[in-house]
Design a protein around this ligand. Structure first.
Ligand SMILES: Cc1ncc(COP(=O)(O)O)c(C=O)c1O
Length: 404
């Protein structure tokens, strides 16, 4: 790929160490880990069990709290339908947020059609102190004795805003309501520990953290009697009947390697990404009058505590989302072809809709369409950031000259 890849929220390059770890699982250790009748099968099971322990450990969890899925979409579906459609579920209300990913909003829309009351809470506007963040008091007001599930994402995939999940968990515990978080964009970028966050269910995908596509997980806190899940994929009874299907050995090994690497590199990478994001913003803002930020701002320096956590951050450090005055984001992307980014419209249909996240923070349709999202990742460099800024400024000037 020749383009400068700044779309690391969409997906990440598979780390070469992950690829290496996966290879023998295609042509050497290919036995089914469910085949207990022969030695290759037993060996595969042993290795996969070990990988599952490692994966769960990344989240501060036990292996029996992990359900391996095909990714965050399936994990979100399993959390939503699994909880709400459990035969013993009596409650009929779900509380979530308007700016969740479609992978959560989709299941919620379906549950609404099935008769559930779905309350999607608003978020702070782009003029407020933390654009995109929810208001904790609204959560407390919405939860009641009929609430089956609360679901709030950890970090937003478009504007990078971090939600106060730990505080929401405290409210949910008080009301004995299970809390699910879609942590897909947080994993590998900020600390993600099941108990520390206090959530009952947590979804993620390996491909957002330099692992393979088509694999992820749902963590379910075992000790918590509030969570009863109805399986959504039934068949051979794997994974304690909660998600049937042969375990994808190569992908599980790759996912474990990706998370092991993330454990080692997260703290230093987040500082690099902070600096590159800041540099990109400064370069663009210095040259483009009226450029504005979507989502929360950041301080003058990355501030790390003794545990390698960035303190005071309300946003993923590698995320930048900006609104370019007067131009259309799609046209800007076409003009700056050497930079791979994504626009403020969902391009899943013939008529791209303006981003629901940007609309949720009060951006107009035109402003949303004039916005681009940048996702900085492990394989970027400062010089790439500078080249990308140069190309974008050049492209912007060309387009702006037409509308002047
Ligand atoms: C926050 C969030 N949730 C869920 C998903 C869906 O992940 P996957 O496509 O791997 O299932 C994504 C992917 O963009 C995401 O960013």
């Amino acid at each position: 790929m020749n383009a400068i890849y700044l779309d690391n929220h969409a997906t990440t390059r598979v780390d070469p160490r992950v690829v290496q770890a996966m290879l023998p699982w295609f042509d050497t250790h290919y036995a089914n880990p469910g085949s207990s009748t022969h030695e290759p099968g037993r060996q595969a099971k042993e290795a996969i069990d070990d990988a599952l322990i490692g994966i769960a450990d990344f989240f501060g969890a036990q292996a029996d709290e992990l359900i391996v899925t095909s990714g965050a979409t399936e994990s979100n579906n399993l959390a939503a339908f699994g909880i709400c459609l459990h035969p013993r579920q009596k409650r009929r209300k779900i509380v979530s947020v308007v700016s969740e990913h479609q992978a959560m909003l989709g299941p919620l829309q379906k549950l609404q059609k099935l008769g559930f009351e779905v309350r999607l809470l608003p978020v702070q506007s782009h003029q407020d102190s933390v654009p995109g963040q929810i208001d904790l008091t609204r959560i407390a007001e919405e939860i009641d004795a009929d609430t089956a599930l609360v679901s709030v994402m950890l970090a937003n995939n478009e504007i990078g805003v971090l939600q106060p999940v730990r505080e929401i968990a405290a409210i949910c515990t008080q009301y004995e309501v299970p809390l699910h978080t879609d942590a897909t964009q947080g994993v590998g970028r900020i600390p993600v520990d099941l108990s520390e966050l206090g959530v009952d269910l947590l979804s993620y995908s390996a491909h957002k953290v330099y692992g393979p596509k088509g694999i992820g997980g749902l963590l379910v806190r075992g000790a918590n009697a509030r969570v009863k899940l109805a399986p959504q994929i039934v068949g051979g009874g794997q994974q304690s009947n909660l998600r049937s299907g042969t375990l994808a050995s190569s992908s599980i090994i790759g996912m474990r390697m990706a998370l092991d690497i993330a454990k080692q590199t997260r703290a230093s990478e987040s500082i690099d990404h902070w600096k590159w994001r800041d540099r990109l913003w400064q370069l663009l803002a210095n040259e483009i009058a009226g450029l504005s930020l979507n989502g929360p701002g950041w301080g003058s320096e990355p501030c790390q505590d003794e545990n390698g956590r960035l303190s005071g951050e309300q946003r993923l450090t590698g995320n930048l989302n900006v609104c370019f005055p007067k131009v259309d984001g799609q046209s800007l992307m076409l003009e700056a072809r050497g930079v791979a980014v994504s626009s403020g419209s969902a391009c899943t249909s013939a008529h791209p809709e303006p981003s629901h996240v940007l609309r949720a923070i009060g951006r107009s349709e035109d402003e949303a369409r004039a916005s681009l999202r940048f996702g900085i990742g492990r394989f970027n460099s400062e010089s790439e950031i500078e080249q990308a800024a140069e190309q974008l400024i050049h492209a912007y000037r060309k387009l702006a000259a037409f509308v002047a």
